[in-house]
Design a protein around this ligand. Sequence first.
Ligand code: ADP
Length: 874
Amino acid sequence: MAILNSQEEHFSWLVEASPIPMAVYKNEEMTISMVNSAMLQLWGKDASVIGKTYREALPELRNQPFFTTLSQVYLQGGICEVKEQRAEQLISGELQTGYFNFTYKALENWEGKITGVMHTAVDVTELVLARLQIAETKERLSFALQAAEIGIWDLDPVTHSLQWDQRCCTLFGFPEEHALIYEDTLNYVHPADREMVSKAVQRAINPESDGNYDVRYRTITKTDRQVRWVHCKGKAYFHPCGTAYRFAGTAQDITEEIKSRQREQQLLSLVAHNADHMSVADMKGNLIYLNNAARLMLGVDPETDLRTLNAHNFYTREELKRVQQDIMQELKKAHSWQGTIQLMNSKTKEIIPCHVNYILIRDTETGEVIGRGATARDLRPEIKAKAELKRLATLVDISEDFCNYCDLNGNTIYVNEAGSELIGIDKANMAVNSMYQYHSGSSSRLIKKEIFPALLSAGKWSGNLELVHQQTGELIPVYKQLFLIREEMTGQPVAIAGIARDMRAELNARKVLDRKNAELRLALNELEFLANAVPAVVWTSKRDGRLDYINERWEERTAQAIEESMGSGWTAVVHPDDLDQVFLDWKHCLRTGDPYQGEFRMLDHNGSYRWWLVRALPLRNEQGGIVKWYGSNTDISDQKEIQRQKDNFLGVASHELKTPVTSIKAYAQVMEMMFRRAGDLKNAELLAKMDSQINKLSNLIADLLDVTKINTGRLQFNEVPFNFNQMVEEVTEEVQRTSDKHLIRKELNFKQQFMGDQDRICQVVSNLLTNAIKYSPDADQVIISTKDCGNEVQVCVQDFGIGISQQKKDKVFEQFYRVSGTREHTIPGLGLGLYISSEIVKYLNGRIWVNSVEGKGSTFCFALPIKKNSKKNK
Ligand code: ADP
């Protein structure tokens, strides 16, 4: 027993000394036989518990599993270990929670009988609490991430394997079941952002970077192609050697944020580009925002900082006072204000009348007023439009046309002054007048049946209607234009506007015009009838000479249809040999306006050419400009033929007469000579008279021959130098011999040699002297004079005879022309001398003319050029 005792004591000492809390319970009641101070501290008890049962010593553990476990160990033996058992203990009067690792071990005596239980305990409260705290923190983090909808990911930069949570799974559309490596994940990034993301990752895991990763990009879910915006933030961690060993971070869905930012942007852009002025100011009146329209209106450049401006820039002093004192007070009371304000352009100081809407802006959360917003509409265009409208209304008022305005039932709302007068209504009562009242029955029916439907579909109508004068009942024809007026906003038709023009004057004028036109048409028809009735071809041409009318004779007389002759088509039938001359002469006349006269050949139906005399005169307007040419073509083929035959006859006759007359003259001269020699002077005298008559006869024959030569272009010229003065002297002398009654006085001043055909010039002088004597039977002198005029020689023969009337004097140079009168008839002649003289002078490029006074005498003159005194024969 001593040993035992000593063993027990030893054991007791061991228990006592152990730093590990220990207790020993004996017998079934679990009486505390040993307990060390560590255990007592754990229990929060003192040594008084020794000898007490476990239940008695620790009553607070009654409902906890310890007693049961202890009893089981006592009854069954062995060891029972309990880890981290929670225990609620009363320590210093307070129930405290602790965690313990227990060991219950059955104690046996030497017979193997269980005599007690040894209890050791380790306080693991701190450990358990720490672990619990970690778990809790983790849970809280996960909860926070979940609440913030943030996903987490973890990339191994070495293996490129990637881990992610459920949230990332949704964000990127990653498959849940299998693992992905980093490169695969790029396929879930929007193609447009892929390169940017890849670069950002490379940069983050580059040891030279700070390892930070912060990108926003789009992902595309493979299954439904849904696009999401994500904001990924992460950090790479590096080994001291520089290689990245971890790259982890978060991913947040910012789709809504981006969308709302876009919406915000859209809204802002809407406001910025709104045509109305929009502004925001704080409650002190400091401007915070001006949209583009407002900046433009107020003269604030886009780059101007609004803080540099104040209300004085935008209001006049008085208007600012009104805004600050009255309007702002009103706004605070009623929360909104609208009305007209005069704003001012800060640059130009122009006053801009505006309709303004003020509202208070409140904080959506707190409801506190944080500023005021304003929208302003520039009233200038409206004011201008109103002024314009007023001007327009005045215009309508004073318009001379009928202007009216009525509702859709035809009730007159307005008729202008001219309208009231036209239909004879009292302007004051016009509202009661229906438009059907002042339109004729047929017009009213037309308005109802056709015009109204047309107006409603097309918006306008115009045409002729009849108004009725309300006093006289007169029907007034008008040209009316009607317009449908629609309500601006809804487009609903509201009224009809009309303008009517009184057509009476116009219709009367038109009637007069129609009558005049009919008369003109008749006159033209008559004229054309007349033109077609005359035997000659008559025609008209335009100012430029292009034919525009020709009568029917043309078709009958030429080989061309009227239509083909128009313009310059007629030239196609002109003889090719005549065409150049025709053109030349016609163009000359068109240019100068001289009357045209020409003879040329044109092709007839039988294919032969006929001669035509064509004459044309220009018709001139009041200013003297040529308007048209009027012409006639006369067929002179027959005349030409007769002329030809006459010329032929004259040629043959004079030629045939010449030879016998020459013989007779010779015989007469011989006989005269013979009688004179025989002394028969009486007969000699008779023969001399006969000779002088034969001279006259041969002169006549010579004249006839010359005329036929002229007409056939066979007059011969022989140009030689000769003494002009001597020639004149000789001719004078010769003529003097034929008249005893007249003295031919000579005033000869041209004494030069002259180049020309002496005989022909001599013929001219002789002819003039002969005529002078012949046509001045009662006078006794004739004067012949020559004059040197520098470049020409002028010869004049003056007589004091019967003279020639003014009208006839120029005709005396025509072939066979003789002035008819009682006196002239007594003087013989053929009317050829002056014609031949004038043709000779013309051939020599000279001029011939006459000055004469009837009953007083005549002076015939001709002039010949001195230098160019010869001309080749024709
Ligand atoms: P003719 O004398 O043979 O009749 P002319 O040709 O010489 O023919 O003259 C034409 C006409 O001119 C004459 O018939 C005459 O009437 C008029 N005449 C010519 N010379 C004179 C003159 N010196 N005085 C008046 N009449 C003249």
